[in-house]
Design a binder for this molecule. Structure first.
Ligand SMILES: C[S@@+](CC[C@H](N)C(=O)[O-])C[C@H]1O[C@@H](n2cnc3c(N)ncnc32)[C@H](O)[C@@H]1O
Length: 269
């Protein structure tokens, strides 16, 4: 029982994003969703007291668990210290390098969800089953023409297919967080549209969503320096007008890519 582990080691949590998943059925459903094969290596970020870790180790060939809190690292060492199918990395997830892994399964520290997700997209892996704050998860999976569609959604769709697979109540954790949670499935894949310069594309998306209520035309003019186009006011007439008349929330990722490609070709002429 997860409660027994917390009690045995005198762990309370509640700070540093420490909300431990105590609902055993939800822990099992998360592991099932990862469909772990016996030869796979699984990365877990924020292993805590090892409640998810032990379930991952039952299925996988190897688990790489990252945890920052020294007290929790001691718990993990005490519980699994002598096992050679676990690599325990004591450190900040944003600073360590991950060894290669097939899948990532984690109940993430919510305050750095965005940074962790974009760090993960720099690695090659097959599947992510990740728990986020519910609102963050909604933005991660949102499609164009919805209120949750954002810079995060466009970025995520560029790197992967995403879908929300479970909504998790506060009572599934100890101590309960103030927010609802959700589990998201992330399947990385190459984008099915061309992006000439990834950074430029992502900068354009950021600039457009920086003025969410404005038409894309206005954001381009306002950000002409950032985008490196001195004659933006004139060049804008050569871009597809139906895209410029829209707000960013109404542009598909592929349309952002088309605009970015046209702008960068003009800039580099
Ligand atoms: C939401 S808890 C999940 C704990 C456990 N895996 C579970 O499911 O109950 C998040 C965990 O991430 C750890 N954590 C927070 N910030 C971290 C960071 N920057 N790097 C590594 N671990 C971190 C916390 O100490 C905590 O154990």
């Amino acid at each position: 029982m997860v409660y027994d582990i917390l009690r045995k080691y005198g762990i309370r949590g509640g700070y540093h994003d420490q909300h431990f998943l105590i609902d055993e059925r939800i822990l099992d459903r998360i592991v099932d969703a990862a469909d772990i094969k016996p030869d796979e290596t699984i990365l877990e970020i924020g292993a805590g007291i090892g409640n998810l870790t032990e379930r991952l180790m039952e299925k996988a060939a190897h688990v790489v668990a990252v945890e920052r809190d020294p007290e929790l690292v001691e718990v993990l060492k005490d519980r699994f210290g002598d096992r050679d199918d676990l690599t325990l990395i004591h450190g900040d997830v944003l600073e360590v390098d991950f060894p290669s892994f097939d899948k990532v399964v984690s109940n993430l520290p919510y305050s750095i969800s965005s940074e962790i997700t974009f760090k993960l997209f720099r690695y090659k892996f097959e599947l992510g089953i990740l728990m986020y704050q519910y609102e963050f998860a909604q933005r991660l999976v949102a499609h164009a023409n919805s209120k949750d569609y954002s810079r995060l959604s466009v970025n995520a769709h560029y790197f992967a297919d995403t879908s929300m697979i479970m909504k998790i109540p506060r009572g599934a954790f100890s101590p309960p967080p103030e927010v609802l949670s959700a589990v998201v499935e992330i399947r990385p894949r190459p984008a099915d549209f061309e992006v000439l310069d990834e950074k430029y594309f992502l900068d354009l998306v950021t600039a457009a969503f920086g003025q969410r209520r404005k038409k894309v035309r206005n954001s381009l003019i306002r950000n002409k320096q950032l985008l490196g186009i001195d004659d933006m006011k004139e060049f804008i007439n050569e871009l597809p007008q139906e895209m410029l008349d829209k707000r960013p929330e109404n542009l598909e990722p592929e349309q952002f890519a088309q605009l970015a490609n046209m702008l960068i070709r003009h800039r580099d002429k």
